[in-house]
Design a protein around this ligand. Structure first.
Ligand code: NAD
Ligand code: SSN
Length: 497
């Protein structure tokens, strides 16, 4: 198979393939500087997109600010219809959108299709939530006053997203924002901007007004653009998914305007398998959880804790299953798992592997580079009896390394699981509901998933605690993050008539 045959997207609707930024309903270059978007599987350049100068970001903020003045007054039902149209358009263009994801991110096409359905589901969900924004009535201490609350859109939202879900990380922010009447300026990762641009094209088709949905592009200029979004008094909220380090930078920069923030940051998910778990189920779910996006999702199991009585059997069976993966270019129909995003991802896997092995971990599946496929292909590694001192117990690998640690008691494993500054997701496998309940309550994470390794769903609140961030996306709570709560008091009313 020639990998280069996939280097240019062949789409049913070629209009979805865009190489310009999208500001105020116009496709703009804005600059003479460009950066390349590369297929991580083949190394081929698939697009050249313009690097935006700060002036274009300022323009995008200005138009979003102007559009907010009218968009916020559209009726919830109107906004609901726009979101529903965008949902339908995404599904009508499922194959093309998935192809774009595979080409820019490297994940297998089936997985990319799953991402598009997942991404679109946020538009459907928030089409349904848009008309359901409620306030409360309050009985104040003063009997002559009447008090109620209303929720209003916060304003222009800056949306900064990573490469691992080039579509879904945008939709779960933008859908909620647009549902309540906010306008958005989106900055995708420079490695995966094409999905965001395809979405802008569909948003235009759905009828979103000019200035309400903007996409800016940057690679070298990213820190300057980020600073502009964070420091602009016209941007009322910054919502970010990405690394904890960048989250800390954005938080500092946003302090000058005391911006509303929601951050979905790094994770270090423990995946705990108790002695009484259904082993087959735990294995199936471990595969789905650890190797989703080849380990490059924030909720992927980063550390597996398996009871000492079953660890060897578990590790062997996992290796047998992982050996059946078909690794290749994501567009090859036989491929079950694609490539990782770049060479830095592989270097991190190798650093964590070497560290664990040097401290005594047993190699169950050697894995390693697959140079015949390309520099970003890597076969998964499985290690068992990893010592608690290994770096991987503390740092997120974000790649195809599966370290299995041994434990004996519930108290011990909860101690290991919580011994990290991260607190995004955790997984628990047991047939005993008391164990599930007790451990779920004791784990210091924003989300706990019991007896399943795949829980993401637009209907549930997604988000972390500790250094995994704050704010919730999806569900009824996700919409609240894009509103401000206003309290209205009507005073000096008569007590009675
Ligand atoms: N909690 C979640 O929901 C979630 C979801 C996906 C990814 N993640 C996390 O994201 C990380 C992987 O993504 P990454 O390495 O690409 O993250 P990253 O923080 O390097 O990049 C994320 C985004 O921030 C931008 N960025 C980088 N520096 C910036 C700056 N100074 N100012 C403004 N923007 C800047 C990037 O261009 C990109 O768009 C992992 O830690 C992962 O756990 C978290
Ligand atoms: O990578 C983080 C997001 C993954 C998800 O939404 O399931």
């Amino acid at each position: 198979m020639s990998l280069s045959k996939y280097s240019k997207p062949t789409l049913n609707d070629p209009n979805l393939f865009r190489e310009s930024a999208y500001v105020n309903g116009e496709w703009i270059k804005g600059t003479d500087e460009f950066f390349e978007v590369v297929d991580p599987a083949s190394g081929e350049i698939i697009a050249k997109v313009p690097e935006q100068p700060v002036s274009v970001v300022e323009e995008a903020i200005d138009v979003a600010y102007a559009a907010f003045k009218t968009y916020k007054n559209t009726s919830p039902r109107e906004r609901s219809k726009l979101l529903r149209k965008l949902y339908n358009l995404m599904l009508e263009n499922l194959d093309d959108l998935a192809t774009i994801i595979t080409l820019e991110n490297g994940k297998a096409l089936e997985e990319a299709k799953g991402e598009i359905k997942y991404a679109a589901s946020y538009f459907e969900w928030y089409a349904e939530e848009a008309p359901r924004l409620y306030g409360t009535t309050i009985q104040p201490l003063n009997p002559n006053n009447r008090v109620f609350t209303i929720r209003q859109p916060v304003g222009v939202c800056g949306i900064i997203c990573p490469w691992n879900f080039p579509s879904a990380m945008i939709t779960r922010k933008a859908a909620a924002a647009l549902a309540v009447g906010c306008t958005v300026v989106i900055k995708p990762d420079s490695q995966t901007p094409l999905s965001a641009l395809a979405m802008a094209y569909l948003a235009e088709k759905a009828g979103f007004p000019k200035g309400s949905f903007n996409v800016i592009l940057s690679h070298a200029n990213t820190p300057k653009l980020g600073m502009t979004l964070c420091e602009s008094p016209k941007v009322k909220k910054v919502t970010f998914t990405g690394s904890t380090n960048v989250g800390k930078i954005l938080m500092k920069q946003s302090s000058s305007t005391l911006k509303k923030l929601s951050f979905e940051l790094g994770g270090n998910a423990p995946f705990i398998v108790f002695e009484d778990a259904d082993l087959d189920q735990a294995l199936e779910q471990a595969m789905a959880c650890k190797f989703r996006g080849l380990g490059q999702t924030c909720v992927c199991a980063n550390r597996l804790y398996v009871h000492s009585s079953i660890i060897d059997k578990f590790a062997r069976s996992l290796a047998e299953r992982v050996n059946e993966f078909v690794i290749g270019h994501g567009l090859d129909p036989k491929t079950t798992h694609g490539c990782v995003i770049n060479s830095a991802a592989i270097e991190k896997v190798e650093r964590h592997k070497q560290d664990a092995v040097s401290k005594g971990a047993k190699v169950v599946l050697e894995g390693g580079r697959l140079p015949d496929l390309g520099p970003n292909f890597y076969a998964p590694v499985i290690l068992s009896h990893v010592p608690p001192t290994a770096i991987v117990s503390k740092e997120e690998t974000f790649g195809p390394l599966c370290p299995i640690f041994s434990f004996d008691t519930m108290e011990e494993v909860v101690g290991y699981a919580n011994d990290t500054e991260f607190g995004l997701a955790a997984y628990v496998f047991s047939k005993n509901v008391n164990t599930l309940y007790t451990v779920s309550e004791a784990l210091e994470t924003g989300m706990v998933s019991c007896n399943t390794g795949v829980f993401s769903d637009c209907s549930l609140p997604f988000g972390g605690i500790k250094e995994s961030g704050f704010g919730r996306e999806g569900s009824l709570h996700g919409i609240e993050d894009y509103t401000v709560l206003k309290t209205v008091t009507i005073g000096n009313l008569p007590n009675s008539i």
